[in-house]
Design a protein around this ligand. Structure first.
Ligand code: GRF
Length: 202
C-alpha cells in the first residue's frame, strides 16, 4: 500500500507510521510522500530526516479549495499513491480528494466519536466530565470527523487530568490504533457496509 500522510504540525502520528514501516511493523505499508499545508511545520523536517519526501502545498497559493486539492492530487498521482492517512491535518478534505480516493482516506481523532468532534477534543472531554475517553480511526467522508469507524481504543479520564496530561496519555494510543488500522487496510481486511466497518479475517 503506497501511503500518503497529510499533516499540519508536530507530526508524531506521521513519524510513528514512517518508523513502523521502516522497522517492518507495517510490512505492507510504504509511506511514499508527506503532504503538509503549513510552511515550516515541524513534520516537514522530521519526515525528511526519515527519508520520506515532503511536499508543502499551501492553500494561500491557490484561488480555491478545488485548485488546492488538484495540486495535491497531482503530487499523489506522481507517487502512485493508493491511500491517504490524515495525521493532524487541520483541514476538511473536499470532493476532489474524496472522489479520487473513495474509502481510501483515513483519519485519527483523539476522542471516542461521535463524542467531541472538531478541535481540542481532549479539552472537550475534560470539560464535559466524561470518565472514559479514547481515540478513533475512521474512514473520511465530506463531514468533519464523521465517516465509518474502523477502530476505537479507550482510556479512563483521571480526576487530576488536564488537557495536557490527557493528550499525552492518549498519544501512544493514537499511534497504536493508527498502526493496527493501516495494517488491516493494507491486508484488505476492512469492508465498509453502510456505516459499519467489518474486519475480515487475515
Ligand atoms: C493528534 O492528537 C491527532 O489525533 C489530532 O491532532 C494531533 C496531531 O498530533 N487530529 P501529531 O501532529 O500527529 O503529533
Amino acid at each position: 500500500l503506497r501511503l500518503a500522510i497529510f499533516a499540519s504540525g508536530r507530526g508524531s502520528n506521521a513519524l510513528s507510521i514512517i518508523r513502523a514501516s521502516k522497522e517492518g511493523r507495517l510490512p505492507r505499508v510504504e509511506p511514499v510522500i508527506v503532504v503538509c499545508d503549513k510552511a515550516g511545520a515541524p513534520v516537514v523536517a522530521r519526515s525528511q530526516e526519515e527519508g520520506v519526501p515532503v511536499v508543502e502545498v499551501l492553500p494561500r497559493d491557490f484561488s480555491s479549495k478545488e485548485e488546492y486539492e488538484r495540486a495535491i492530487l497531482e503530487a499523489l498521482r506522481e507517487k502512485s499513491v493508493d491511500a491517504v492517512a490524515l495525521a493532524g491535518y487541520m483541514r476538511l478534505v473536499g470532493p476532489v480528494l474524496i472522489g479520487a480516493f473513495p474509502d481510501r482516506i483515513l483519519n485519527i481523532h483523539p476522542s471516542l466519536l461521535p463524542s467531541f468532534p472538531g478541535l481540542a477534543a481532549q479539552k472537550q472531554a475534560i470539560d464535559y466530565g466524561v470518565k472514559i475517553t479514547g481515540v478513533t480511526v475512521h474512514f473520511v467522508d465530506l463531514l468533519m470527523d464523521h465517516g465509518p469507524v474502523i477502530l476505537q481504543k479507550c482510556l479512563p479520564v483521571l480526576p487530576e487530568d488536564t488537557e495536557e496530561s490527557l493528550s499525552r496519555r492518549l498519544l501512544p494510543i493514537e499511534h497504536e490504533a493508527y498502526m493496527e488500522s493501516l495494517d488491516a487496510l493494507s491486508r484488505g481486511r476492512l469492508r465498509i457496509e453502510g456505516r459499519r466497518v467489518l474486519w475480515l479475517p487475515d
